[in-house]
Write a protein of this length. Structure first.
Length: 501
């Protein structure tokens, strides 16, 4: 039977503890970029580094705001649809998630000197823009029969080396993260001490051996990484354009996961008693941070623009709040109504800092007068520079990211063709995996299209974007390393309204 999230005991007790177990995927989801922003920007796959004249373009190259002719404002709404196909030990499942969001709003103000001014810096732009840099809404369901590993191995492996008296003589809230995981397994009889002694440090499982464990994993994620940008740009002799951004980031993510296992194998070891396990986690991650951008665009001839931009690392200070619960069904419990369970109130862990890698972007755009344009952006980001602090608490994961992550290239190509008041757009994007071996988190390929209509003082733009990426997803991070293979397909529709004022 399918088990969904049943988070119980939603108490309000909190305590501060050292950081929980963080995975590279938790960090990478904050370090990678999603195609977001205005409909015009998305319709050309974000290839706007040398084009400018769009409020989302300043996130690529801040000098682009100088290409607005008048004060300008845009508001954008999007429909996000994510479809996930999962394959786990030969069993395929599908899950979808759809949301509607106001994902961008901003304005830019233009200041010009008179035509007779002798000042070489005749035009400046000041902008303020908010957009969701990442939308994390997603739903993934995986199911299949694992012939090798039980979920109970997670608790058993973590417990090895922890004295039994630590799991029996102390409050759950006095334990570190790994001791808490072991406590949940001990409290629900998933494992037992090898020796009945307070200083015992070895344990054996109560899960039947023999394999063929039916397992389900449901993960529901909601939240965003919002970015508020303050922008400034200026033009020198209408040839050189310079700009800079100060960005303030806001993170709010909620992740609910439920892992269920049943075992009806008739061959049991002596002492094996557990036939079903339900392990639930609810994780809230909140915080804020900052970054900056610097950019330049050169216009050697009227129809050609060449841009170069640097995006600094993003420094995020985050706090995790975790609620967990485990329930088990004994083989000896015939009525099925009394599950041993261990649920606990949320725990707030001590804050930690993530530093994402910086990014360089080179751009080129050719403008066909008033008929349209072609643009290409090429970016590079070295994910091996990603770091988590305090260093002593995260030495292992920092070392892993230094060795396993790599410099990744990103290519975006876009075009726009105008027919009187109508603009037709299309784009293509390709992002390399952050990993040296991309099995865990694959390359991304995407296609976009769009249309816009200019009413004179205002305009309306519509865009459709599609992208696809494969990744691995472990049901539990330790003790069972058999991942589900996830193919994610995003289909998004974006509508923007803009006005000169």
């Amino acid at each position: 039977m399918k088990k969904y999230l049943l988070l119980l005991c939603m108490g309000m007790s909190f305590s501060n503890m050292h950081a929980q177990e963080t995975t590279p995927e938790d960090v990478i989801r904050l370090a990678t970029d999603n195609l977001t922003g205005t409909a015009r920007f998305r319709g050309m796959s974000g290839a706007f580094g040398a084009v400018g004249g769009d409020l989302s373009a300043i996130s690529v190259n801040p000098a682009g705001s100088i290409f607005f002719n008048n004060n300008y404002a845009t508001i954008t709404g999007s429909v996000y649809n994510a479809k996930n196909r999962s394959r786990y030990f030969g069993t395929s499942t599908n899950d979808t998630d759809s949301t509607l969001d106001i994902n961008q709003i901003g304005a830019v103000f233009i200041f010009k000197d008179g035509a007779d001014s002798k000042n070489d810096w005749k035009k400046i732009a000041v902008g303020l823009n908010y957009e969701n840099a990442n939308n994390f809404n997603n739903s993934v369901f995986s199911a299949g029969v694992n012939p090798y590993n039980s979920i109970g191995n997670y608790f058993l492996n973590i417990a090895q080396g922890i004295p039994t008296n630590v799991l029996t003589d102390y409050s759950y809230y006095d334990l570190n993260f790994y001791e808490q995981q072991a406590y949940l397994g001990y409290d629900t009889y998933i494992f037992e001490p090898t020796v009945d002694a307070a200083n015992n440090t070895s344990y054996y499982t109560n899960i039947p051996n023999g394999g063929n464990y039916y397992q389900e994993n449901q993960i529901l994620t909601t939240g965003y990484n919002g970015k508020l940008t303050g922008n400034f740009s200026a033009s020198y002799k209408d040839i050189l354009f310079l700009g800079g951004n100060l960005n303030f980031h806001f993170v709010n993510i909620e992740r609910l996961s439920s892992v269920y296992e049943s075992n009806e194998n008739p061959v049991y070891d002596t002492g094996s008693t557990i036939s079903e396990i339900l392990f639930e986690n609810r994780l809230w991650t909140t915080g804020s941070g900052f970054s900056f951008n610097l950019g330049a665009i050169v216009k050697p001839i009227e129809s050609l623009r060449i841009g170069l931009a640097y995006e600094s690392p993003t420094w995020l200070r985050l706090t995790d709040e975790l609620q967990q619960g485990v329930s088990t069904q004994s083989l000896n419990n015939q009525d099925g109504n009394e599950f041993p369970f261990s649920y606990h109130d949320p725990i707030t862990y001590l804050p930690y800092t993530i530093q994402t890698p910086g990014k360089w972007t080179g751009s080129m755009a050719y403008i066909f007068g008033k008929r349209g344009l072609l643009s290409v952006d090429v970016s590079t980001k070295d994910y091996s520079n990603t770091r988590i602090k305090p260093k002593n608490d995260y030495a292992g994961i920092n070392q892993f990211m230094s060795n396993a992550l790599d410099n990744a290239m990103e290519i975006r190509v876009g075009g726009e063709f105008k027919i009187k008041q109508v603009s037709l757009r299309a784009g293509y994007c390709f992002e390399e995996s952050p990993y040296k071996v991309d099995e865990a988190f694959g390359d991304l390929t995407g296609y976009t299209g769009g249309i816009g209509y200019n009413f004179g003082e205002s305009r309306l733009d519509l865009a459709y974007s599609y992208d696809h990426r494969n990744s691995n997803q472990a049901l539990i991070s330790s003790g069972m390393t058999d991942p589900a293979r996830i193919s994610r397909y995003n289909n998004n529709v974006t509508l923007s309204y803009s006005i000169n004022f």
